[in-house]
Unconditional design. Structure first.
Length: 215
């Protein structure tokens, strides 16, 4: 869905994919999973989700890949992971989630680049979804992948629009609806791709295991 009309494509542009992640540390990741399954299980699940996300991004050709992390890293884990996978390592900035996402996108949107930013807990985002999102930016300023819980799993932009991230109640079921209101307020043209689901709760992890077993 989009606001107002669409603009014609502007031809080929650099494609940047940013994976937004926490460092995989015990007690610091997937707290809702940890509350039910324990810290060790939550860490193992998070490591698996992160690795799977990086593999799916790796399958998208012709892109510049960035790993944008938050959390203390005295052992150099993030640098080692980025080097191993061929990602440019970035650090998330200060502020709430919206401010940090806006900064990461802004840093990528240079020289006419188009950028996508995704977390590491949505198993439905693959190379096909990434390609579709980049194509959507031919005619729209921003693109989103909404999630069933009312948020979104990926955001993309071809122009810096920090207003899209301002005043959002992050972590609630109103994230996408509030974002739509901001997009309209700022006359930002956007498109939403098919709604997907992400892994936050124990039932989400069980759902992923069921789907894997059915393949």
């Amino acid at each position: 869905m989009s606001a107002s009309g669409s603009a014609p494509g502007t031809g080929a542009a650099r494609r940047v994919v940013i994976v937004f992640a926490r460092l995989p540390q015990l007690g610091k990741v997937k707290t809702r999973l940890a509350a039910a399954l324990g810290d060790s299980a939550a860490l193992a699940i998070y490591r698996e989700l992160l690795d799977d996300t990086l593999k799916r991004v790796d399958a998208c050709p012709g892109i510049e890949r960035r790993l944008c992390v938050t959390g203390d890293d005295p052992g150099g884990l993030a640098e080692a992971l980025a080097t191993l996978r061929g990602y440019r390592l970035m650090r998330q900035g200060d502020g709430d989630l919206g401010a940090r996402m806006a900064q990461a996108l802004r840093e990528a949107l240079d020289d006419g680049a188009r950028a996508l930013l995704l977390g590491c807990d949505c198993p439905g985002i693959d190379a096909g979804v990434l390609d579709e999102a980049f194509d959507a930016l031919d005619a729209h300023d921003m693109v989103f992948v909404p999630t069933e819980d009312g948020g979104y799993a990926m955001v993309g932009a071809r122009i810096d629009h920090p207003g899209a991230f301002a005043g959002i109640d992050w972590g609630t079921a109103g994230v996408m609806s509030q974002t739509r209101a901001r997009l309209c307020e700022h006359a930002i043209r956007w498109r939403e791709l098919a709604t997907l689901w992400d892994v936050d709760e124990p039932q989400d992890w069980a759902r992923l295991l069921r789907e894997r077993g059915a393949r």
